[in-house]
Design a protein around this ligand. Structure first.
Ligand code: NAD
Ligand code: ZN
Length: 260
């Protein structure tokens, strides 16, 4: 956790965020690992709790790692799926569902956990794939991941060609899915208000969206307990957890007036 995690909710910033959202007609959310942190899913980059503090990305999330030791990579993703299944969506994910009931809202996420959809968000673009899908490393075969199956965390083989199945996610050194990228670019170009939630804005090319947004015409709200490279350039900063900030913004909007 960051040293700002215990920060108090700033009601002036909540009111400002609610005002910017109320004025907008086309809202885009750019979400990162931080929105799922309070579901018990470690983020990648935080020094104390981030996944990479204990594991090296090169050992686990790259095609080379999978070629070298598929069982180890498979076991790691199996462990992450159990964490996600156990944690489920949190108040931040749920608040975005509430927000979409009254606002035109599209979510672009770097997360692979599927928790926006699990909460009930319908309009979601996944830039890095989804941990609940698996695909063959050789042919076009895909299937839904099953955490409770007999193989446990052992690598699964393709039912069509016998090659190894792998998580249908974008690993380091791989390209982002073309269609998701195009959808995200269009959504960001059309947005008049962008919420940047729980991302360190350091992992490219996803971070480029944030750079584009802060340079553009849309108003930008950042929700993150820690400062990021774009914090100085946004219209409104809520330096608290997403599960605290988002329900407060929804409540302020529901009240139709600034929160007290
Ligand atoms: P990151 O780990 O680089 O950054 C996480 C950010 O979230 C940090 O800036 C941190 O201050 C902030 N944060 C921590 N707790 C928060 C909270 N409660 N509320 C709001 N913000 C909080 O993650 P990233 O920017 O998403 O990029 C890293 C990569 O990690 C991405 O490629 C993503 O695909 C991947 N990833 C995904 C998951 C997931 O699916 N849940 C988990 C870990 C990493
Ligand atoms: Zn196959």
């Amino acid at each position: 956790m960051t040293d700002a995690t215990d920060a108090v909710l700033d009601s002036v910033a909540v009111d400002r965020a609610a005002e910017l959202i109320a004025q907008a007609t086309n809202i885009v959310v750019l979400s990162g690992a931080g929105i799922s942190a309070e579901s018990g899913i470690p983020t990648f980059r935080e020094a104390q709790t981030g996944l990479w503090a204990r594991f090296s990305p090169a050992d686990l999330a790259s095609p080379e790692a999978f070629a070298r030791d598929p069982a180890r990579v498979w076991a790691w993703y199996h462990w992450r799926r159990t964490l996600i299944a156990r944690g489920g969506p949190n108040a931040g994910h749920h608040a975005l569902v509430s927000l979409a009931a009254t606002q035109h809202l599209h979510i672009i996420t770097q997360n692979v956990d599927g928790l926006h959809q699990a909460a009930g968000s319908a309009s979601v673009t996944e830039l890095h794939g989804n941990i609940w899908r698996e695909r063959c490393s050789n042919c076009a075969h895909r299937r839904t991941a099953r955490i409770a199956e007999a193989q446990g965390d052992a690598p699964v083989r393709c039912a069509d060609c016998g090659d190894l199945m792998r998580p249908d996610i974008v690993w380091f050194g791989e390209h982002l899915p073309t269609r998701a990228l195009a959808t995200a670019e269009q959504a960001v170009a059309d947005a008049d208000c962008v919420l940047v939630i729980g991302t360190s804005n350091q992992v490219y090319p996803a971070a480029a969206f944030v750079d584009t947004v802060v340079a553009g015409k849309a108003t930008v709200i950042e929700i993150n307990p820690a400062r990021t490279p774009v914090s100085g350039d946004v219209d409104c900063c809520l330096r608290v957890s997403a599960s605290l900030a988002l329900p407060a913004i929804v409540a302020a909007l529901d009240a139709g007036q600034p929160s007290r």
